[in-house]
Design a protein around this ligand. Structure first.
Ligand code: FCB
Length: 488
């Protein structure tokens, strides 16, 4: 089972990765941008993304504290080939090489994440100046290169000390997070305007606290549900802390979204898709923006107890986000099935197990389905949820693992085809009125792919992990042309 499927088995539901819409339900294809019609809006941000634990390395340098990923990778059998992020791409030392890659690809925005444990080694208490200095250097160098720094405050690397004190299921973690957000807003807010609060709240809560396949490796459905509420509280509190540090900051957050396609028009399948949509697409994004949870995911009378809800939480978690970031990788086919292999992890709704129907799309080397139409469709769908807030694509990409050939180059036509299809779908969404203002490819370079270690390569740049050498792939050169022309 790859991790897209793990996501789908949250809460006892088993679902599929992406698939083409089955014939019965195929929606009319969105009109493709015609020739000469491939221009993106002026000033569109073309960029690339990474995350601290996946690229930085230097896991014990300059006073950095231990994170849950530093700990989790040591557990036997958790990470493919026993890989760790201890060194990764060594970006902590080679960030100037990374900036050279961004420049070579004509990119104007760099989405990176900040390791909380470099700033507050224990997740609380005084600032570790040496750790902060790293992000000062990175920020200044990006600005000098004419590239917008776009940090994410939390890309899954909780300080281990806070996990020892209860982790995300404990409400106190939201207060610690807000304190950290305020520190960062004060330290870098004079130079960085655009901030993301969290990366993919659904992924790290479900895989970390329910499935146990990501850090911290817990398998406790009740803790998991509480963790989702703490993270929503942390959104509201973190947002307010950043604004208090500097009212000029533009604060958003990053959500992983996917169109939920019923496998047939049977009412059970349609209901399955609806619950999945509420769970994956709305549980965090809509909740934070509106200050209320979508109805119908848990029985209303049990929800307060399951979430550990307190009076005033609606205000606490509310954040009038200035923009919204979306990560898109594939679509999801949803079918109801009593024979589903996932045992319900929580007995709140017996009709929740779903069986994945057969899938029909091309797949990446990671086994994720290639479904560009879904990118268009989910953008149109989420635009209705997020109002007219500006949207940034904060991740989109694919793992293809080919390496250098005799000529020393990396020929990856599949990745070019993937991006070409997704750019056309994104452009169509823009033409349909979705206010997308930027795009970040995942990833700037091959890196540590969580439980898959170094086995899955998502980069526009090849990284030789034996020595850190970076080589731009054919896809990276092609992307440089798109970014320069602002046209496909
Ligand atoms: C996303 C993560 C990112 C990367 C890609 C492939 O879910 O946010 O860190 O692992 O998947």
């Amino acid at each position: 089972m790859n991790r897209r499927d793990f996501l789908m088995s949250s809460l006892g539901m088993v679902g599929a990765g992406a698939a083409l819409a089955p014939a019965a339900l195929a929606k009319p294809k969105a009109k493709r941008a015609g020739q000469g019609d491939g221009a993106f809006p002026p000033g569109f941000y073309w960029g690339a993304a990474t995350a601290a634990y996946q690229v930085e390395g230097a896991y014990r340098e300059d006073g950095k504290g231990e994170s849950i990923w530093d700990r989790f990778v040591l557990a036997p059998g958790k990470i493919k080939n026993g890989d760790t992020g201890n060194v990764a791409c060594d970006s902590y030392h080679r960030y100037m090489d990374d900036i050279a890659l961004l420049k070579a690809m004509n990119l104007k925005s760099y989405r990176f994440s900040i390791a909380w444990t470099r700033i507050q080694p224990d997740g609380t208490g005084p600032v570790n100046q040496k750790g902060l200095d790293y992000y000062n250097r990175l920020t200044d160098a990006l600005l000098a290169a004419g590239i917008r720094p776009m940090p994410t405050l939390y890309h899954w690397d909780l300080p281990q000390n806070l996990e020892d004190r209860g982790g995300w299921p404990a409400r106190e973690t939201a207060d610690r997070y807000a304190e950290y957000a305020g520190i960062m807003g004060k330290a870098l807010g004079d130079r960085i305007e655009t901030w993301s609060l969290f990366n993919e709240s659904k992924t790290f809560t479900a895989l970390g606290y329910n499935q146990g396949v990501f850090a911290p490796g817990r398998k406790d459905p009740y803790a998991f549900i509480r963790s989702t509420h703490t993270v929503n509280l942390a959104h509201g509190l973190g947002y307010k802390a950043l604004k208090a540090a500097n009212p000029k900051l533009k604060v958003g957050s990053v959500y992983d979204v996917t169109p939920m396609i019923p496998a047939s028009d049977r009412p059970e399948d349609v209901a399955a898709a609806d619950i999945w949509d509420k769970w994956q697409n709305l549980w965090f994004a809509q909740t934070v923006i509106e200050g209320r949870y979508p109805e119908g995911v848990f029985p209303a009378d049990r929800q307060p107890e399951l979430l550990n809800w307190k009076d005033g939480d609606a205000d606490r978690m509310h954040a009038d986000l200035d923009f919204v970031g979306f990560n898109y990788y594939s679509g999801t086919l949803c079918a109801y099935g009593k024979e589903a292999s996932g045992v319900p992890l929580i007995d709140v709704d017996a009709k929740w197990p779903y069986a994945p129907p057969a899938l029909e799309t091309a797949k990446t080397d990671f086994g994720w389905n290639v479904y560009p139409q879904g990118f268009h469709d989910i953008l149109v769908r989420m635009h209705k949820v997020t109002g007219n807030r500006p949207i940034e694509i904060t991740e989109n990409g694919c793992a293809y693992n080919m390496g250098p050939t005799a000529d020393g180059q990396i020929h990856d036509p599949q990745r070019i085809a993937f991006y070409r299809g997704h750019f056309a779908a994104m452009l169509q969404a823009i033409k349909d009125g979705v206010p997308v203002r930027g795009y970040h490819a995942w990833s700037l370079m091959d890196n540590f792919e969580w439980a898959s270690g170094y086995s899955q390569r998502f980069g526009l740049t090849w990284v030789d992990f034996a020595n850190g050498t970076r080589t731009i792939k054919d896809s990276g050169k092609w992307y440089a042309g798109v970014a320069a022309a602002n046209t496909i």
